[in-house]
Design a protein around this ligand. Structure first.
Ligand code: FAD
Ligand code: SF4
Length: 489
């Protein structure tokens, strides 16, 4: 890796580019701002993206900030090891398609990652500007999105080179980012890859969870088409463990499996009244709107619309749900979260956008009981105030109850977004498979191989709810691990 990075950096065009602008001048350029749709306007649309993307001029200007470091620490922060300076320098010299090709060397979903990855905690947190200059990092995520969008919008989508077919069939279970990344790497190595998906759409959480206003489905579809062009087969409406068992698939010639069935099982708090009508999981709420078009009047999918909507939780799912509620017409769309804003696991950008859109944050608060009208529809919730004590095992300060602090607020819809558990079907089909007490599949973290030699796993079914890029990193490691296993080394 180091040798490859060095060779690339010594290309004549990179040396020339470095000589064009002094580092001191690069360091004085201010970080670009992402153009956004106005908050008052955007809350009227479920399907219009908030971030509008950089234009060519501002992308090139931002790319000039990157110093093409000899030791590019930004790459250490990227779970799929994108050659970040190479793609950014391609933008600086105006070779936008080359920039997109560089992204695709290691990432199957650059337009997705450029939109939803927490760059502020990953590559940008490890950028020279952040670490040494104590300035705003290079906007690596914005530039990634720019290059991927440019490629798509200019109709010049390229497909990476593929090795000759080796005749070996492998299967991926689930079609979220872990599987897509796995499939991209395995097809490049010459395998016959089939992705089996329980739902009628490919993409996992990218399709059913993350809303259009953050990640349009058409963007995901173009990335999927690239995989299809490379030869990946997709089987929709196919539940492994029901439509066919692992033994059936083995009989069909599949020699190894990558299980990436995600963590889509909703969790509830088990507080009194949680079964009243009007209280539902974020998973159901978002799936109705994102996958089944409930916000679009021309579809007949029902979805609960409320005037006073409370969303319980502080992660990305909670933020997506509350912003969806606002777009569905809620007058009061509220986050109820038991810790403070600083502890919220959601992306900083999402919290910021939610605030701009008029979302109300009731922090340091927890629901303890729900009350219903005579028809059994929730009408109010009792909230208990919390305060923060010492940090717990997660490193975040532990919320503790303030006795006697309860009060009631009116609600007509409540969306519970307090986390998810692993989908249990695959582990229950394979009793010999080693799983943790939380239901996640146990794997060797280097190879992603499970206790069953022919079965590899990654993404949320292993991590129990993480991020797109970590799932993709798992998919890449599993592809490498499975390749070695199948080649007998
Ligand atoms: P998933 O994306 O969950 O896909 C698993 C797929 O497997 C599903 O489509 C499921 O139907 C299918 N499946 C399950 N069982 C079977 C079976 N037996 N047979 C066939 N198919 C099966 N992460 C970020 O990095 N940034 C964000 O902004 C962000 N926002 C999020 C917003 C929401 C609302 C949610 C829910 C998550 C968000 N995440 C975000 C987390 C991220 O989406 C997940 O970590 C990631 O999608 C996990 O990928 P995966 O491939 O493991 O599984
Ligand atoms: Fe560019 Fe920052 Fe990476 Fe250095 S660390 S190569 S400045 S993005």
């Amino acid at each position: 890796m180091q040798e490859y990075l060095k060779q690339e950096r010594e290309q004549a065009w990179r040396i020339e580019l470095r000589g064009k602008i002094k580092n001191i001048e690069r360091g004085e350029i201010t970080r670009v701002k992402m153009p956004e749709m106005d908050a008052t306007k955007r809350v009227c649309f479920q399907d219009k993206e908030v971030n509008l993307g950089l234009d060519n001029t501002s992308a090139v200007r931002e790319a000039q900030r990157c110093m093409d470091c000899a030791n590019p620490t930004c790459i250490d922060g990227c779970p799929v090891s994108i050659n970040i300076p190479k793609f950014i320098k391609n933008i600086e010299r105006g070779e936008f398609i080359e920039a997109a090709k560089t992204l695709k060397e290691t990432s199957a979903l650059p337009a997705v990652c450029g939109r939803v990855c927490p760059q502020e905690k990953q590559c940008e947190a490890s950028c020279f500007y952040t670490l040494k200059l104590k300035k705003d990092p290079v906007a690596i995520g914005y530039l990634e999105r720019f290059a991927a969008d440019y490629e798509r919008e200019s109709g010049q989508v390229t497909v990476p080179p593929i090795a000759p077919k080796n005749g070996i069939k492998v299967a991926a279970i689930g079609s979220g980012p872990a599987s897509l990344s796995f499939a991209g790497d395995m097809i490049k190595l010459g395998y016959d890859v089939t992705v089996f998906e329980a739902l009628h759409e490919i993409g996992g959480v990218l399709k059913y969870g993350i809303p259009e206003f953050r990640l349009p489905n058409r963007v995901v579809d173009v990335e999927l088409q690239s995989l299809e062009k490379m030869g990946v087969q997709f089987e929709r409406n196919f539940i492994v463990g029901r439509t066919a068992t692992f033994d059936d698939l083995k009989d069909e010639g599949y020699q190894a499996f990558f299980v990436a069935s995600g963590a889509g099982l909703p969790r509830f708090m088990n507080v009194p009244g949680e079964n009243y009508n009007g209280i539902l999981s974020s998973n159901e709420y978002l799936t109705r709107v994102n996958l089944m078009n409930a916000a679009d009047g021309s579809f007949d999918t029902p979805v609960l619309k409320g005037q006073n909507v409370a969303v319980i939780g502080g992660g990305n799912t909670a933020m997506d749900s509350v912003r969806t509620a606002k777009r569905l017409g809620a007058e009061r769309a509220m986050i109820v979260y038991r810790r403070s804003r600083e502890e919220m696991p959601a992306r900083v950008e999402e919290i910021h956008h939610a605030e701009e859109e008029g979302i109300e944050f009731i922090n340091l608060a927890n629901p303890v009981e729900y009350f219903a009208d005579e028809k059994g529809r929730v009408k109010s919730m009792r909230i208990q105030r919390m305060e923060l004590a010492e940090p717990d095992a997660s490193g975040r300060r532990r919320p503790v109850v303030i006795e006697g602090s309860e009060y009631d607020i009116p609600v007509d819809v409540v969306v519970v977004a307090i986390g998810v558990s692993p989908n249990p079907l695959v582990p229950s089909e394979l009793p010999e498979l080693k799983v943790s007490r939380w239901g996640t599949i146990e794997v060797d973290p280097e190879t992603m191989q499970s206790s069953l030699p022919e079965l590899f796993a990654g993404g949320d079914i292993v991590r129990g709810g993480a991020t797109v890029i970590l799932a993709m990193g798992d998919g890449r490691r599993a592809a490498s691990g499975m390749h070695k296993y199948l080649m007998g080394n």
